[in-house]
Write a protein that binds this ligand. Structure first.
Ligand code: APR
Length: 229
């Protein structure tokens, strides 16, 4: 099919690169409560604990390698440059596979000043009270969208969903909005919808078609089929 493809990826696309998901059996949120490390209140209450959590994830993400699913999406975007990849993931595996990507939940490799909104490349380990290089305030935080905060680039993403001819969700549980609602936005715009996942998700019923299996297998197979059309 011709037309604009909009792809949403979640933690499942990075699972085979060794990065944990959140809600699977041994997922991150089964080990540490969200309210202790992934809210603005948690950061205000105990910034050291929050920095430790993201320092551990930042180091792991830096050591991880893109897998065949990331490389397949880059191949698709190279052949079909109008393809948009929106990710909920905060790792840099799409970029390291050569893809252009919109990070709606922020990025582990970036830091944000809570005082002046300046953003810069985060050091491997951040600590409480680190100063902002722009305004000097000791207000550096991970540039991650926490629960209760507005995801990034929502206007741009809404525009892509309105123009989508095909919306594909890869490796996401559909447990968190607004990303979980993207399939409905795309359907209302007349797009076909496809879910690629290891298992069925909370929003599987909203998709026209599904392919079940590990992303490193089903994403390359789907890209091959798309490029052969
Ligand atoms: N291949 C394909 N899909 C997989 C694989 C795999 N190898 N392994 C796991 N999955 C799927 C699971 O079936 C599940 O649907 O990946 C999904 C992971 O779901 P979550 O752990 O909920 O991750 P995600 O959907 O990305 O979470 C969304 O929630 O905690 C917040 O901000 C965080 O961005 C995250 C958001």
């Amino acid at each position: 099919m011709d037309g604009k493809i909009v792809i949403l990826t979640g933690a499942g696309i990075s699972a085979e690169s060794g990065l944990g998901t959140f809600r699977d059996e041994d997922g991150l949120w089964t080990k540490v409560p969200i309210e202790e490390v992934a809210t603005p209140e948690a950061f205000a209450r105990n910034p050291a604990k929050v920095h430790d959590f993201y320092n551990m994830r930042r180091v792991r993400a830096a050591e991880a390698q893109p897998n065949a699913a990331h490389h397949a999406l880059t191949r698709l975007q190279t052949e079909r440059p109008e393809t948009v990849i929106v990710t909920q993931n905060v790792d840099a595996l799409h970029e390291r596979a050569g893809a252009r990507v919109i990070h709606m939940h922020g990025e582990l490799c970036r830091a944000l000043c809570a005082a002046c909104d300046h953003r810069w490349d985060a050091p491997p380990e951040m600590s409480p009270g680190a100063a902002c290089p722009a305004c000097g305030a000791p207000k550096a935080r991970p540039d991650i969208v926490w629960f209760g905060e507005m995801p990034y680039h929502m206007e741009e993403i809404a525009g892509h969903l309105r123009a989508a001819d095909l919306f594909v969700a890869i490796g996401t549980s559909g447990a968190v909005y607004p990303a979980a609602g993207f399939v409905e936005e795309a359907r209302m715009a007349g797009a076909e919808t496809l879910e690629l996942n290891l298992n069925r998700s909370d929003v599987s019923a909203a998709f026209d078609a599904h392919a079940l299996g590990p992303a490193s297998e089903i994403v390359p197979a789907w890209v091959d089929e798309m490029l052969a059309r």
